[in-house]
Design a protein around this ligand. Structure first.
Ligand code: ADP
Length: 469
């Protein structure tokens, strides 16, 4: 089935609800009103009959306990107008006045009219001529009998029918108005919902086309819509950030490759042109550049492996101090060669983490400390535990990091002093990898440093098994 627009759907839904509820109300109203009106008509008829008998008795009393045919005729003709056929007999049973005798044609027309009324009100209404008998007494003696005929069991006059049809018309008008209101409300609600959804569709289309800059305005009053547009906006934001990082990475890699490649090219060209002799020293320097390049490529590979998002951690329980000792042992030869002392402090601190990857963090930090500490200097690792956390610092008494560089040293390829670091062989990736590993553990890494006095890197990690484990 072809999908239908939200606007049409909602409008139809509201229309259907309105029609259904109106049909329901209409049926109930008709039943209840019909019933009520019927019992009202029956009641009214009973009261009217009592009133007629009282009136006839008054006519008899007014004429000094005798039948006055003139008065009876007046009353009888009035009653005929109300749908009642009067007949009065005296105590002996002789007819004093009879509407049928007086004007039978009018009586028949009236009865036919009533029958028509009742049929038009409800087709199949079962009714017919009914006559009730009422004895009249005066002074304790019988004065005669009043017979009242009508279309029964009850009847609706023209005025009653007018009232009922007026009521129905009113119901219909109310139905029309509420139907229109429902359609308008449905259309308005649909617009209210469809608008932000259309905005979202446009925005996601733009995102799909690679334009991450636009944001959907957060001005809807609907919680779910705000949540939807909010998550689309944050999706755009993170895609924008990813695109920015990707661009920067490409630019950084190009920049990193350019220098060694240019050096290589100029050296090789000079040798080809015969400007330089291809001796062992020059070929050795070319080899050095090639090694630098392959190291860079290795580190790039490592960086993508350690990318926090894709870093799969292999958790185990181990002693951080033991790991630090093992790392320092690995550096023993280099420490001795450079004439730098190493101090290890702190007792056993157990934590639940990826031992190999934290070993990598320690290696990166210690190798930096060693790299930037001159002969005769000192470096060290201090391991300690705090409330539910395990931590270590790697410190040195080396060159230190200028304050202006501190915010950037964890960024990839960032080197505080390019010339100095090129000599030291760094490519600016070690700290990026360390930070990625620490963050993947849910930990923090920070640095304090003073130029000429040394640096201190502190890593804090949750000591317990992570919830996701
Ligand atoms: P690299 O491979 O160049 O060492 P890192 O990411 O490990 O890259 O470090 C980035 C930069 O931070 C280094 O180039 C250096 O300028 C600075 N740095 C890191 N550790 C130290 C330290 N212990 N002492 C002084 N500078 C440091």
């Amino acid at each position: 089935m072809k999908p239908m627009s939200l606007r049409i759907k909602l409008t139809f839904a509201f229309l259907a609800i309105a029609l259904f509820s109106f049909a329901l109300v209409g049926v109930f109203a008709n039943f209840i009103l019909g019933d009520q009106f019927e019992s009202y008509a029956v009641d009214r008829l009973g009261r009217t009959l009592e009133g007629v008998v009282r009136q006839i008795a008054q006519i008899y009393a007014r004429a000094g306990n005798a039948w006055d045919t003139m008065d009876l005729e007046d009353a009888g003709m009035d009653l005929l107008g109300e749908g009642l056929i009067l007949r009065v007999e005296d105590a002996g049973g002789a007819v004093v006045w009879d509407a049928r005798e007086h004007n039978n044609g009018m009586c028949m027309r009236m009865l036919e009219n009533m029958a028509r009324n009742m049929q038009s009100y409800r087709s199949g209404f079962e009714g017919g001529y009914v006559e009730t008998r009422h004895p009249v007494e005066a002074g304790g003696k019988s004065a005669g009998t009043v017979y009242i005929g009508y279309y029964g069991p009850y009847f609706y006059s023209d005025a009653d029918l007018q009232f009922l049809s007026g009521l129905n018309r009113l119901l219909l008008i109310a139905a029309g108005i509420s139907l229109l209101a429902c359609v308008l409300l449905g259309a308005y609600l649909a617009k209210l919902l469809a608008h932000p959804i259309a905005d979202t569709i446009r925005a996601t289309g733009r995102i799909a086309a690679g334009d991450y800059a636009g944001r959907i305005p957060q001005n809807s009053g609907t919680k779910e819509i705000v949540a939807l547009t909010g998550s689309i906006n944050s999706l755009a934001e993170s895609l924008e950030e990813q695109a920015r990082l990707r661009k920067r990475l490409t630019a950084d890699v190009a920049h990193e490759l350019r220098t060694p490649l240019a050096t290589l090219q100029s050296h090789v060209e000079a040798m080809i042109d015969g400007v330089w002799e291809a001796d062992a020293e020059r070929l050795g320097s070319c080899r050095e550049e090639i090694l630098r390049l392959s190291k860079l490529v290795d580190e790039l590979g490592a960086l993508s492996r350690y990318d926090a998002e894709h870093l799969a951690l292999d958790f185990e329980r181990f002693d951080l101090a033991a790991l630090a000792r093992r790392v320092v042992t690995g550096f023993e030869a280099a420490l001795r060669q450079k004439g730098v002392a190493c101090e290890l402090e702190g007792g056993d601190v157990y934590l639940f983490a990826d031992r190999d990857k934290l070993g990598q963090v320690l290696v990166n930090l210690v190798s930096n400390a060693l790299k930037f500490t001159p002969e005769g200097g000192r470096i060290g690792i201090t391991v300690f535990g705090t409330h539910g956390e395990a931590a270590f610092t790697v410190w040195d008494t080396g060159a230190g990091i200028p304050e202006k560089d501190l915010p950037y040293i964890f960024e990839r390829f960032y080197r505080a002093d390019a010339s100095r670091c090129r000599e030291t062989g760094g490519s600016g990736i070690g700290l990026t990898i360390a930070e990625a590993i620490v963050k993947a553990h849910g930990g923090r890494i920070g640095v304090k440093s003073a130029v000429g006095r040394g640096s201190e890197f502190t890593v804090t990690l949750p000591a317990d098994r992570p919830v996701s484990e």
